[in-house]
Ligand binder design. Structure first.
Ligand code: SF4
Length: 469
């Protein structure tokens, strides 16, 4: 039975994490094929809001062609005596959670990158208008965040209106992000955690610090602080920073404890400023993913909306799959674009001196934050489309990684054999140990707890070499 009698489909937390495949979707709103899309929350004076008003500008769901993808915007305007603009980011991110409570409704990503699908079954049950969807989010906002006294919802599907409204939305995101810049992790004693994406990735928790923005790019440290204070039982919570265990890697005792507790022991150690060993986990709605490129001992970054393959030949979707799901994967790391503007951006790995390839669109967005001596040495898709071109570009520009190639033995493309040290009188030493080692097989994830793997010989071979006849 539905939580709301006048809503044609069920509403509840059990629908969070529901995926709607292309064949099952009635329509898509926003998403990778659509340019115009945004969601925005604005705080307004009480007298400017008509409580409960739902407005639809442009075609409604029932007017859309089955299987089509449409431009889309959602504007939430809220008012309350205790509300201020500092809470806009918090309100905005709740749109993701509340819409996903609706049966047959999938909401992914955030801000200018939203991707929504409405399932055929729910459409058939009567979810054929934005009106009931507006009613659901209105009621959930008013129930879950009583600090909101009045709220109105506007859905926009008219392309001209979206064109008119989008610049203001982009400006609002930028001013929120800019507010969080300048504060250092060492200057605060509390970080914030967010577990909103655990419905999609149960072992993921975002750690939000002044210098490490949330993976989705929608929650800054200030947003985390505001969210935890107005809704302490909500998905965003305070993390006492605790003892600094490793300043370079960004390891804090409070973060380790929070990760352990919130992931039920799946993740026990988190290093905030590196993509290696114990990197921050990645959920599924990160804005960009970084990937290690062994051939040049550098790292690339590719954003969600990048079309085509990254310099290593893999598209965003494949690289994102390598990092997503709440895992800690060496060298693969989901993150926000805003993190690239932080002085702690992979600081333990060399920061920008280790970044070798970034799509032009992203480079343009963050170029004021890239050190001047390296900015022109980082390739984009216009400079390098594959690893050979990348190597040539980096060498020609004398990128900082080139010095490492020369200092270290040149990596060989031939298979390398490592013989295990068998000094221990016949007892093989473990060559790999892991607190939790995931193996993907046949659609199942098998987790070996506290695994120790023994081998007489370990062959390390590049995949490229394996494919050679
Ligand atoms: S990506 Fe992180 S901060 Fe953003 S909603 Fe998900 S868990 Fe929260």
């Amino acid at each position: 039975m539905s939580m709301f009698k006048d809503i044609p489909v069920d509403v509840g937390v059990i629908y969070e994490g529901e995926r709607i495949r292309r064949n099952d979707m009635q329509v898509e709103l926003g998403g990778p094929t659509v340019k115009q899309k945004f969601e925005l929350a604005k705080v307004k004076p009480l007298n400017e809001i008509e409580d409960g008003k739902i407005t639809i500008i442009g075609p409604d769901l029932k007017d859309m062609k089955e299987g089509g993808a449409y431009p889309f915007g959602i504007l939430i305007e809220a008012a309350g005596a205790k509300l201020d603009a500092g809470l806009e980011g918090v309100i905005e991110r709740r749109i993701h959670g509340y819409l996903n409570y609706i049966e047959g409704f999938m909401h992914l990503n955030q801000r200018y990158d939203i991707w929504i699908r409405i399932g055929k079954k729910s459409f058939g049950k009567g979810l054929n208008s934005f009106e009931p969807i507006g009613k659901v989010i209105y009621r959930l906002f008013k129930t879950e965040l009583p600090i909101i006294e009045k709220l109105q919802v506007t859905f926009i599907t008219d392309p001209a209106k979206l064109d008119e409204m989008t610049p203001a939305a982009i400006q609002a995101y930028e001013s929120r992000d800019a507010k969080a810049r300048g504060l250092k992790d060492s200057e605060v004693d509390t970080f914030y955690g967010c577990a909103l994406c655990q419905s999609f990735a149960p072992s993921h928790v975002c750690v939000i610090t002044p210098q490490r923005y949330s993976n989705c790019g929608a929650i800054s440290w200030f947003d985390g602080k505001a969210s935890a204070s107005i809704d302490p039982k909500g998905p965003v919570f305070a993390i006492p920073r605790g003892e600094m265990i490793n300043e370079e890697k960004g390891e804090f005792s409070g973060v380790n404890e929070a990760a352990k507790k919130r992931t039920m022991g799946e993740v026990n150690q988190v290093w905030l400023y590196t993509a290696f060993d114990h990197p921050h986990t990645s959920c599924g709605c990160f804005e960009a993913v970084t990937f290690y490129i062994p051939e040049v001992d550098g790292m690339g970054v590719v954003q969600r909306n990048f079309k085509g393959a990254a310099v290593n030949g893999l598209p965003f979707s494949t690289l994102a799959d390598s990092a997503a799901g709440g895992r800690q994967i060496d060298g693969f790391h989901g993150m926000s674009i805003e993190y690239m503007r932080s002085a702690k951006f992979f600081a333990a790995d060399g920061g920008w001196n280790r970044i070798v390839w970034v799509p032009k669109e992203v480079k343009e967005k963050v170029k004021d934050f890239i050190p001047a001596d390296v900015v022109d040495k980082i390739a984009t898709e216009e400079d390098a489309k594959n690893i050979d071109e990348l190597k040539a570009f980096l060498k020609a520009k004398n990128h900082p990684v080139v010095a490492k190639w020369e200092a270290e033995a040149a990596p060989t493309t031939e298979a390398q054999a490592i013989t295990v040290n068998e000094e221990a009188a016949g007892t093989m030493m473990p060559v790999a140990t892991a607190g939790s080692l995931p193996i993907m097989a046949g659609g199942f994830k098998i987790i070996l707890k506290d695994a120790k793997i023994y081998a007489n010989k370990v062959i390390i071979q590049t995949v490229k070499d394996e494919k050679k006849p």
